[in-house]
Design a binder for this molecule. Structure first.
Ligand SMILES: Nc1nc2c(c(=O)[nH]1)N[C@H]1C(S)=C(S)[C@@H](COP(=O)(O)OP(=O)(O)OC[C@H]3O[C@@H](n4cnc5c(=O)[nH]c(N)nc54)[C@H](O)[C@@H]3O)O[C@H]1N2
Ligand SMILES: Nc1nc2c(c(=O)[nH]1)N[C@H]1C(S)=C(S)[C@@H](COP(=O)(O)OP(=O)(O)OC[C@H]3O[C@@H](n4cnc5c(=O)[nH]c(N)nc54)[C@H](O)[C@@H]3O)O[C@H]1N2
Ligand code: SF4
Ligand SMILES: [Mo]
Length: 817
């Protein structure tokens, strides 16, 4: 903090409103937070966005929650009768409700919910919230993981043993854009959604990096791309297999990597479609061992997954062909996994890709050529592929395509950047944590988010309304705006209303918060301290450790989420597990392994650097027994074939599944609903937030739907007209925005619109009104990915019609049809 004049001070920090976590300098004039600017000395401080610049508007917004509120009227009542109460009274009521529910139904009957760390500052407190869950004994975290993070950070673990694209909170591999020869932005538009990545991409382009953008829209950096693939929404899985097909046919793949580091050489029995095991062999072999064909000696060799070693080396293992092996069942035809993968990819010929993905052969070929010849390659895939009911297999197919490049964890590839050593505070070793019930959704989808204790809202609603698989009666919410962010808000509302008890902590009274029994006011990230160890996007950024200061005091009695957790823990009698309320003690525990002290960080608000050593290809390093570390999969290799998937009734390899509500799967619907509806995030707002900030809202008054002018004119729609968007599941309204480069068969909407903006005379919109502005009323929430439960937010059949008369978000009822 440097005082420049008595009335002006500047505070270095970082903005936490979104995943970019831009390094910033705040100016406080006469005690008032006046402006936010980029901090070019910070590893993520090259620029900030309009949302960051609007931070003072957020901080001082009149609608901020300021005091704990208690509902005094029933949930069906239009007036909740909010009554201000003290924090003590709020904590008492929440703690006693949690205890009561736990006594009746078990602690798992109290779920928690949390907003995504990519779109809010909840990462400041997420570890504390998980610790409270572990201390209390509930596994159930209701979150958006199945829509956000699942594809890139979890589904890919079944291929690489680790997220092959990092998730918001930092786990997994990260595109090393600074050194990439080629970057693939796959359903990801960082110009709007993570400007630090956009800045890095522009710098890469300046030094000659190739760029491939895979997006139905020509948006963000697509116009600077060497190849822009205008993929049909929901067909990215086919595209990944089609690209791999060309690369395998041309020999454009890293054969040594595939042979040495993937399970590509392991033999698959053609009779059972399972991996051949050494104890299947006629002359037997070690239990738990697999088998490959060695072309050098023309015989089988065994592979011991426990140590990651083949008997003999890997140099001459066969990747292609058919081999007859003497097994206990007689001579048995077998093929290497890689041969099976190549056969799967062959189904996705350029002709099929042209008809499936709407991408020409030339473009497909050009993309494959660029990927191979411009190595090292990195990729970042996000919502574009994650918001589909086939997202798991799509993400796996992408990860396997990526494995062909051999770029994993090399400079310029998707790298496991080094991290400052830090202590965990999530409390997995607390007594109650060892007895957690399986999370809701685990029984149906044991490989999905519930395996990591994340509960899809849809499954949570069922547990509340139908007690399946067991009753959930309480919810402690940290931000998550369930009713706006997910499909079927009507069922969501019924579930929230049916809870015995719901407490919600937020900055604003959202439609979700409005169903709570107790609402807690949260300090924004500009009003609270927080520790961040590593800034993710590069090795340099990873070395940065910062204790963000509060720029100003929170409004009224608002508190940080961390303080709320500590306060609640104390009231639950769990204070001893929460440093007796001393947050500094928690930070010290986190910092201890780093060698950086809390006092040093307090003295250096701009943060400190902990020099880190970058090591590449860590899978090739040896463990204590001299075996290569390999990958964290059951086979210790990158898995083109997953026995784990087979064991759970899924296919071993990620074949493409047509979008369930698409024109090919449902030709019967295509006459009434001839267009495909997908969506994307706006640059000016995060998800369901910030519509009440005038400087942002005046630049985007209403939700928009992008469509090709030809599509519009065929329906009598002019640019800017209000239109009705209908799907078989429901509908919404938005303003038409013309986009010449969009395929005439595709339209693109936005979700998250509910909040009014008084300064501009715009009222709130009813999120349950089928003629309103809630995009997620167009979704059929029952259509879900079989592995993860992800619903399809981005590939649904629809029709768009002009709405006659006047319709503005200021007067949503004023529609004359
Ligand atoms: N159709 C469609 N639906 C989507 C998406 C889409 O692209 N299209 N995106 C999906 C994705 S990727 C995600 S991640 C989800 C997001 O869903 P959520 O994670 O629910 O995120 P938001 O809807 O932005 O709601 C965040 C809430 O947290 C509050 N909040 C902000 N900061 C804090 C804080 O520091 N503490 C607390 N306690 N609260 C805070 C905000 O006021 C807001 O009410 O939505 C998903 N839904
Ligand atoms: N300004 C802003 N920044 C944000 C957020 C925000 O809401 N606003 N949200 C934060 C969060 S939680 C997230 S998850 C990230 C998300 O960041 P992004 O993934 O960049 O978010 P989107 O814009 O939803 O989706 C990216 C692109 O996917 C394209 N797309 C749509 N359908 C398909 C498809 O079927 N296939 C392919 N390949 N592409 C498709 C869209 O046209 C869009 O350009 O952003 C984070 N940052
Ligand atoms: S991109 Fe904008 S909202 Fe996100 S962290 Fe940076 S300044 Fe904040
Ligand atoms: Mo997200």
């Amino acid at each position: 903090m440097s005082a420049e004049s008595p009335n002006v001070r500047q505070v270095q920090g970082y903005c936490s409103l979104c995943i970019a976590r831009c390094g910033t300098v705040a100016t406080v004039t006469d005690g008032r937070f006046a402006r936010l600017d980029p901090d070019p000395t910070h590893p993520t401080g090259a620029a900030i966005c309009a949302k960051g610049r609007a931070a003072p508007e957020l901080v001082y917004h009149k609608d901020r929650l300021k005091r704990p509120l208690r509902r005094t009227r029933p949930k069906g009542d239009s007036d909740p009768g909010w009554e201000e109460i003290s924090w003590d009274a709020a904590f008492d009521q929440i703690a006693s409700a949690m205890r009561r529910i736990a006594e009746q139904h078990g602690p798992e009957a109290v779920a928690f919910s949390q907003s995504s760390p990519s779109t809010t500052a909840i990462a400041d407190s997420a570890a504390f919230v998980v610790r409270l869950m572990n201390a209390f004994g509930t596994p159930n975290m209701v979150s958006a993981l199945e829509l956000c993070g699942w594809g890139r950070g979890f589904a890919t673990r079944y291929v690489f043993g680790v997220g092959s694209v990092a998730t918001g909170s930092g786990g997994g591999a990260m595109a090393d854009i600074a050194e990439s020869g080629c970057l693939i932005l796959w359903g990801y538009n960082p110009s709007f959604t993570r400007i630090t990545h956009a800045t890095a991409t522009v710098a890469g382009l300046k030094r000659g990096m190739k760029l491939i953008v895979i997006d139905p829209r020509n948006v963000g950096l697509a116009n600077k791309a060497d190849v822009w693939l205008r993929v049909r929404p929901g067909t990215d899985g086919a595209l990944a297999l089609g690209l791999a097909n060309i690369m395998i046919e041309r020999g454009w793949y890293d054969e040594a990597f595939v042979r040495t580091w993937s399970n590509g050489p392991l033999l698959v029995r053609s009779d059972t479609d399972r991996l051949l095991r050494a104890d299947d062999l006629l002359y037997g072999g070690g239990a738990g061992q697999f088998v490959a064909w060695d072309s050098g000696s023309s015989r089988v060799v065994s592979y011991d997954a426990a140590v990651g070693r083949y008997e003999g080396g890997a140099a001459t293992l066969a990747l292609r062909g058919e081999y007859t092996v003497a097994t206990r069942d007689g001579p048995t035809a077998c093929r290497p996994v890689f041969d099976r993968y190549a056969a799967l990819c062959r189904k996705y010929s350029p002709e099929i890709i042209e008809s499936t993905c709407w991408i020409t052969r030339d473009q497909l070929q050009e993309a494959a050529r660029t990927i191979w010849h411009a190595r090292p390659v990195s990729y970042y895939a996000w919502s574009g592929h994650e918001h589909h009911a086939n997202s798991t297999e799509t993400a796996r197919a992408m990860a396997m395509l990526y494995a062909l490049t051999g770029s994993f964890d090399v400079a310029g590839g998707n790298m496991l950047f080094p991290a400052v050593p830090a202590g965990s505070i999530t409390g997995e070793n607390l007594p109650a944590a060892s007895q957690l019930a399986p999370a809701v959704g685990f029984a149906e989808r044991p490989l999905g988010p519930a395996r990591w204790n994340h509960v899809a809202p849809r499954d949570f609603y069922r547990a509340v309304l139908e007690s399946k698989p067991y009753p959930v009666r309480g919810l402690i919410g940290f931000g998550a705006n369930l009713l706006l962010a997910h499909g079927d808000p009507v069922r969501g509302r019924a579930a929230l209303a049916a809870l015995d008890f719901y407490a919600h902590a937020d900055l604003f009274m959202t439609p979700t918060a409005a169903l709570a029994d107790i609402v807690l006011p949260v300090a924004s990230c500009f009003e609270r301290e927080s520790l961040k160890i590593g800034f993710e996007i590069s090795a340099e950024a990873q070395s940065h450790v910062q204790l963000r200061q509060a720029i100003v005091a929170p409004p009224g009695e608002a508190r940080s989420d961390t303080d709320i957790v500590l306060g609640l823990a104390a009231r639950l009698g769990l204070g001893e597990h929460f440093w007796n309320g001393d947050v500094d003690a928690a930070y010290r525990q986190q910092l201890a392994p780093s060698g950086i002290t809390l006092d040093e960080l307090r003295a250096h608000p701009a943060g400190l650097r902990k020099p880190l050593i970058t090591r590449h290809a860590k899978h090739a390093a040896s463990d204590d027994s001299g075996n290569a570390l390999g990958f964290g999969t059951p086979s210790r290799k990158v898995e083109f074939w997953s026995e784990t998937f087979l064991d759970h009734g899924y296919s071993a390899m990620p074949d493409f599944v047509e979008p369930t509500m698409g024109p090919i799967a449902r030709p019967d619907l295509a006459a009434s609903f001839p267009l495909i509806l997908t969506c994307a995030k706006p640059s000016l707002f995060c998800q369901t937030q910030q519509r009440s900030l005038p400087s942002l809202r005046k630049r985007a008054l209403d939700p928009e739907i992008e469509l090709n002018p030809a599509t519009a004119s065929a329906r009598g729609i002019s640019n800017g007209d209000w239109v009705d968007v209908r799907t078989p599941a429901g509908g919404m309204r938005a303003r038409a925005r013309f986009s010449e480069k969009l395929d005439p068969r595709v339209v693109v909407g936005e979700h998250g619109w509910w909040q009014g903006c008084d300064e501009l005379g715009l009222g709130d919109c009813d999120p349950f009104d089928p003629n309103g502005t809630n995009f997620n009323l167009t979704i059929d929430a029952n259509v879900r990915d079989p592995v993860s439960g992800t619903p399809s937010h981005r590939s649904n059949l629809c029709e768009v019609r002009p709405v006659r008369g006047c319709f503005t978000s200021a007067a949503p009822d004023n529609i004359a049809e």
